[in-house]
Design a protein around this ligand. Structure first.
Ligand code: PLP
Length: 399
């Protein structure tokens, strides 16, 4: 299946004020009005094309949001200062005291920590479930449940959410399905598959240059307008606003996203296949051995492959650490958190990006401390990179 939104992304172009090939950057926090009445109308959200104050929105942020709405096929979008800014304000827009959330148990550590440790103080509770077990998901829904939350491809265990089936459950109970699509931009069109709200950390693949954090919420126009409401919009009142200079630079980077995603996937597929042949325990959605390989094939936009993320099991933390240091020394990539960079990044999520999840819970979900997560880079000569990984594996005794 082709991604039917990429042509819209290509067509979406805003010229600069002086005919520049890139849009002008609106370097202002506040905006003037020719008439006082237009200002009060804008406060009430009644004026199209008028800008009030940059925490509400700015031309640069709107340009990027429009691009991301085109990418996800949603009516509208907003951008935020970080992925967590997008996720937390979405959750707080929908849930209030006494409400309940059904969430996948394998999600980014920060999102997990927010649901488990932070929002209980607002009396919002969460049931964490195995998102691949649809019966468990439905059984967890209570009268006060306000959303199902998951990641399309989960961090770090690379579990695949069956978005169409989860959407059916959400619809049946009249609640939104909120999907964090950070790992699989362009690969999974979550809205087309039935999600109501799609969140992103732009920090990762979408920006791709690791020079900023950023986030986005893609949804219908009504929801996005409500999130920006000056009266009670979480995005407006909590203030997770992106700076215009940043949104302009992220917008430029989105132009190469389709090419980058193809290359990340191609390199990850190659490394996953080679390592599996070597007898290493590899988890990658593009391998037949991945338990939901067939499901992923039903959901994905084939032209973009199975994504840039893979994990290997190095048996224990010491070997994982030794291996990562060796790989870094040899130039395979960097021992660093995050993902979606031109260079391969690796870390041991049990003690890193998922350390917010307790040891006991990690064990229950199959996250062992020898697990190494790779975000495969854009290496031009991936066969050479493989040789370096192989040498490292040999030196730590895994081969
Ligand atoms: N969602 C996923 C899947 C992530 O991996 C991350 C960060 O690692 C986030 C959300 C949070 O994004 P940010 O760091 O931009 O706030």
């Amino acid at each position: 299946m082709k991604n039917k939104h990429t042509n819209k992304m290509d067509e979406y172009h805003v010229f600069g004020e002086f005919g520049g090939v890139n849009p002008s950057i609106s370097d202002s926090a506040t905006y003037t009005f020719l008439a006082a009445k237009t200002m009060s109308d804008t406060f009430e959200g009644n004026t199209e094309g008028c800008y009030l104050y940059s925490r509400h929105t700015s031309p640069s942020n709107l340009n990027l949001a429009q691009m991301l709405a085109s990418m996800e096929g949603t009516e509208s979008a907003l951008v935020s200062a970080s992925g967590m800014g997008a996720i937390t304000s979405t959750i707080l827009q929908i849930c209030g005291a006494g409400d309940h959330i059904v969430s996948s148990r394998t999600i980014y550590g920060g999102s997990h920590a927010f649901l488990k440790n932070y929002i209980p103080k607002f009396n919002i509770s969460t049931s964490f479930v195995d998102i691949t077990d649809l019966k468990k998901v439905e059984d967890a829904i209570q009268e006060n449940t306000k959303m199902i939350y998951c990641e399309s491809l989960s961090n770090p265990l690379l579990e695949i959410a069956n978005i169409p089936e989860l959407a059916k459950i959400a619809k049946k109970h009249n609640i939104p399905l909120v999907v964090d699509n950070t790992f699989t931009p362009l690969i999974i069109s979550a809205k087309d598959l039935g999600a109501d709200i799609v969140c992103h950390s732009l920090t990762k693949f979408i920006n791709g240059t690791n020079d900023t954090v950023g986030g986005a919420v893609c949804a219908d126009a009504n929801f996005i307008t409500n999130m920006k409401s000056v009266m009670d919009g979480a995005a407006m009142l909590l203030g997770p606003v992106m700076d215009s200079l940043r949104s302009a630079s992220i917008l430029k980077n989105t132009r190469t996203l389709p090419l980058r995603m193809k290359k990340h996937s191609e390199n990850a597929q190659y490394i996953a296949e080679q390592l599996e042949k070597d007898g290493i325990k590899v988890m990658y959605p593009g391998l037949k051995s991945h338990k939901d390989h067939e499901l992923f094939k039903k959901l994905y936009n084939k032209e973009f492959g199975f994504g840039g993320m893979l994990t290997i099991d190095a048996n224990n933390l010491k070997t994982a650490n030794d291996l990562m240091e060796k790989m870094q020394d040899k130039g395979v990539g960097f021992l660093a958190v995050s993902l979606g960079f031109y260079k391969t990044l690796f870390n041991a999520p049990g003690t890193g990006t998922s350390s917010e999840i307790s040891e006991e819970e990690q064990k229950e979900m199959g996250l062992n401390d020898g697990l190494i997560r790779f975000s495969m880079g854009l290496d031009n000569d991936i066969e050479h990179t493989y040789k370096l990984i192989r040498e490292s594996l040999y030196e730590v005794g895994l081969l």
